[in-house]
Structures are given as structure tokens and as C-alpha cells.
Design a protein. Structure first.
Ligand SMILES: [Zn+2]
Length: 118
């Protein structure tokens, strides 16, 4: 006998043959659970993108005061290096990874350059 994929109870034969749930209640609850999960997945990157962008904004403000900034600063603030929304080359052919308005470039000496787009 087939079992409900949500609660594990046997699926009554009065249900459609293709049904994966024992009742309408399980069907709707499972649907609700799926969309809650999907929402959590969508929301996490948005929060992380925002957090990445504010780290870059902060370091950008430091760099315009002619203070050096380093990759270590990003690491210290838990920057997520796997997130970027775009990539651009500057006039010196350096690759900048962008998150929102801010792009960053890391050179061989682990110096950090931040570019603020208009
Ligand atoms: Zn069920």
C-alpha cells in the first residue's frame, strides 16, 4: 500500500491513484511547507547581499581617506566571497566583482580596491 509522503499514513483507496498524500489536509500542509522553505531560500541571499554591500560601503569610506584596506578586512567582517551580482573590468583591466553599487578587486599582494559605481 502507498504511504502519504507527508505523514506516513496509508493513502486510502478513495483518493486519486496518483495521490502522494493521505488527505487534502496533508496535501495543503505540504504545499505550505514547501513555499515556506522556498521563501527562506530566497530570503537568505538577499540578506547576505545586503550585508556584503554594507561591508564594502564601510571599507570604501575608509579607502577614500587614503587608508589601505586588505582582504583580511573583508574576512574580519565575514564577507561572503561566493556572492556577487556582476563583474566589470576597470580601465587597468582589473576584474571587479560587484555587489550592488560596490565592486572589489584583490591584487596579488592581497590589497583590496573598492570601486563605487554611480
Ligand atoms: Zn498524510
Amino acid at each position: 500500500m502507498k504511504k502519504c509522503v507527508r505523514c506516513g499514513k496509508a493513502i486510502p483507496c478513495t483518493r486519486k491513484k496518483s495521490s502522494r498524500y493521505c488527505s487534502d489536509e496533508c496535501y495543503y500542509e505540504a504545499k505550505k511547507e514547501r513555499s515556506t522553505r522556498r521563501y527562506a531560500l530566497l530570503k537568505a541571499p538577499a540578506d547576505e547581499i545586503r550585508s556584503n554591500e554594507s561591508i564594502l560601503a564601510y571599507l570604501y569610506d575608509i579607502s577614500v581617506m587614503d587608508k589601505p584596506i586588505y582582504v583580511a578586512d573583508l574576512i574580519r567582517y565575514n564577507f561572503n566571497f561566493s556572492l556577487s551580482t556582476e563583474e566589470h573590468l576597470d580601465d587597468k583591466k582589473r576584474l571587479f566583482k560587484f555587489i550592488g553599487k560596490y565592486g572589489y578587486h584583490i591584487d596579488r599582494e592581497k590589497n583590496l580596491t573598492i570601486w563605487k559605481s554611480k
